[in-house]
Design a protein around this ligand. Structure first.
Ligand code: SAH
Length: 266
């Protein structure tokens, strides 16, 4: 790769949470780093709205992966980050949501550490929080859900079994990431391990983005209902009594967002 803006010393790498999609859900630190980036390496889940904040002329690398179609391997991503930093660039590694939640953060930190590249982590709003806010539900509620669990429905060691018995319990909210293709299995297991067939489930597609859709359903009906709506990734699956306690805030949120966006633009 040609050196860009070569300096004598290494640059560093900021592993930055891009949030669930809406650009005004970025942290101020993330925004500042994006505006000052020497290079940006980003994932498939980073929204167009966020990518539009990258200054013109800044070299950008799309290393997006979709399930089952890995364009760029994790080792190649690590090597790219190292290579760009060694060219003296301050690199922003943009990841959807929070980089520390199901974001392969450990592998990238290992690659940077082995090349003694300095790094920082900038948290972002994870899909669970973004989708709960955008649909007006509390993720925990006194007397209803004292626990909140984030679960990856896929694991690179796919023989690691989920602990379904501990998941199929009242008093908690489950948020499954990357779960759409495993939806019927998730429902089947939760029912088999003791939750009732009419236990509530909320699916949120494209949470916080312009194409946001949601489906409030039950364990038993989820797979058929999701199929008839043709729900697609990115989508979180929330399970628990809190999802029945959805508030009607969508309109209010929309107007608050419009006002904030106008203030940011002013
Ligand atoms: N680090 C990310 C999660 C990466 S795993 C985070 O903290 O949010 C990718 C999964 O996140 C997707 O399969 C989907 O389940 C969820 N996801 C990410 N963004 C989403 C969005 N805007 N709406 C719904 N689900 C989302």
């Amino acid at each position: 790769m040609t050196a860009i803006n070569r300096k004598c010393t290494s640059g560093d790498v900021a592993l930055v949470g891009a949030g669930p999609g809406a650009a005004d859900l970025l942290t101020l630190r993330a925004l500042r780093l994006i505006q000052q980036a020497g290079a940006v390496v980003y994932d498939r889940l980073v929204s167009e709205e966020v990518l539009a904040l990258i200054p013109a002329g800044c070299p950008c690398f799309d290393v997006g992966k979709s399930r089952g179609r890995h364009n760029v391997s994790q080792a190649e991503i690590g090597a790219l980050l190292v290579q760009l930093a060694q060219q003296g660039l301050n690199v922003v590694r943009l990841k959807g949501g929070d980089p520390a939640i199901f974001g392969r953060l450990a592998e990238e930190l290992d690659a940077l550490d082995s090349a003694t590249i300095s790094w920082q982590i900038v948290p972002g709003i994870s899909a669970a929080s973004g989708c709960a806010a955008a649909t007006g539900i509390p993720l925990t509620e006194r007397g209803i859900a004292q626990q909140l669990r984030f679960i990856s429905a896929v694991d690179k060691n796919s023989d690691t079994a989920q602990d379904w018995a501990s998941l199929a319990k009242p008093g908690q909210t489950l948020v499954f990431y990357m779960g759409l293709s495993a939806l019927s299995e998730i429902s089947r297991q939760l029912i088999a391990h003791g939750l009732s067939a009419d236990w509530p489930m909320l699916l949120v597609e494209n949470g916080s983005r312009s194409g946001q859709r949601q489906l409030l359903t039950t364990l038993a009906d989820a797979a058929t209902a999701a199929q008839s709506m043709a729900l697609q990734s990115p989508c979180v699956i929330m399970v628990g009594e809190v999802v029945r306690r959805q508030r009607q805030t969508a309109k209010l949120m929309g107007s608050v967002r419009a006002r904030l966006a106008a203030e940011m633009a002013a």
